[in-house]
Write a protein of this length. Structure first.
Length: 382
């Protein structure tokens, strides 16, 4: 393995931005049935608003400068170039925290929480709450290059991230994740118990018990919500898990199509009340999409579904995590919403917080609540 770690800055060519502007100006919008809204997917009127904003008002250079305010690096692990943010606290004894995003997110999800984690005194915390934050881009996402060979499923990514923490010299660290990040950090904690000392999740994993067991009315309602999500909202995963390259042909070519595909998920999966801008600014939504557009990584990001679904990782028994595990249950996290008793078969759960608001993109939607819960849990696991 090449052990070198190189500093990295984001620098998008002016020609790429000009090409994007021209594509946005030439967008062909589809028709829409009069009187319909989100029930068919992204409404044309709202997409038109976002495209106009992206073309005429959005300032990528300002967002690029903000991203470059965080120390970023590249390193090669298992023949794969991995991009990561490495934000060290001024407190040398801070707890290293591996912070892992999912799809359709990116490191943009963490921009508001990283300063709160590294500099707690400036954000209502105490010096002993400090973290060194390591936030990698998943392989094939953003500035981590697309894998050039099959096999990059969640297990292989977990092993790569364990190597990343070793390479950075961290012999004792914690991990946090939701979405793919939950799948990956669960395996990090299980595979590296001698170094990963605690795990925090906002989308814990579980499997149904072999024999049916009584459930509370609330737990039955949670399972019903999860079932409804799989029926009504889960087609994206089947498509990306079976034909990611075909979908990638379209969304690598159309910024408006990419915007619609991703923003619709941010609206539906968040605690938005039906309006994504109740949770996110337009700049946040578009900057996240930009990390897919300027790197041309939509197809490679979608291939993670194919790799993982075809590797057997999702049907094999879950590895048990013996490390202390904290769970934050956000009210609008509907993708996976397992009963606590099921979750406790897979993790050593020592902290279970029912959050007052928030959804799938917890760190981006509710940065203060997210950080407060991490502080509370990790205070007992440092």
């Amino acid at each position: 393995m090449d052990q070198e770690i190189e500093p990295f800055e984001i620098r998008v060519d002016d020609a790429d931005l000009a090409d994007l502007h021209e594509r946005l100006a030439r967008t062909r919008f589809p028709d829409q049935i009069t009187g319909t809204g989100w029930e068919y997917g992204m409404p044309v009127g709202y997409l038109h608003e976002l495209v106009d904003y992206w073309r005429d008002e959005y300032d990528w250079r300002a967002q690029e400068a903000r991203l470059n305010g965080f120390a970023q690096f590249l390193t090669r692990i298992d023949a794969q170039s991995i991009h990561f943010v490495h934000a060290r606290s001024a407190h040398e004894d801070a707890l290293p925290l591996l912070l892992v995003h999912g799809w359709p997110g990116s490191i943009v999800e963490f921009l508001d929480v990283v300063p709160r984690l590294t500099d707690p005194e400036a954000h209502g915390g105490r010096a002993e709450d400090a973290f060194h934050v390591i936030a990698p881009s998943l392989p094939g996402y953003g500035f981590s290059e697309p894998p050039r060979e099959p096999g990059w499923d969640i297990r292989r990514i977990a092993r790569a991230f364990i190597e990343l923490m070793t390479r950075l010299g961290y012999t004792r660290y914690a991990a946090q994740g939701g979405d793919w990040g939950a799948q990956i950090t669960t395996r990090v904690a299980a595979l590296d118990p001698q170094h990963c000392v605690a795990l925090h999740l906002n989308m814990p994993l579980a499997v149904p018990p072999a024999e049916p067991e009584p459930l509370t009315a609330e737990e039955q309602a949670d399972l019903a919500v999860m079932g409804a999500f799989q029926r009504e909202e889960g087609a994206y995963a089947q498509l990306q898990g079976t034909k990611p390259q075909t979908l990638g042909m379209a969304l690598n070519d159309s910024p408006a199509g990419l915007l619609g595909w991703i923003v619709e998920k941010f609206r539906t999966w968040s605690d938005s009340g039906g309006d994504p801008e109740n949770c996110f600014t337009r700049d946040q939504l578009i900057t996240n999409v930009m990390l897919y557009w300027v790197t041309q990584t939509f197809a490679s990001s979608a291939r993670l579904y194919w790799e993982t679904m075809h590797s057997g990782a999702l049907v094999e028994p879950l590895p048990y995590v013996a490390a202390p595990t904290g769970v934050a249950r956000y009210p609008n996290e509907e993708i996976l919403r397992f009963p606590r008793s099921w979750v406790e078969r897979s993790y050593n759960v020592t902290h279970w917080a029912v959050m007052p608001r928030g959804g799938h993109f917890a760190a981006m939607e509710q940065p203060e609540l997210f950080v407060d819960d991490l502080r509370t849990f990790f205070r007992t696991n440092r």
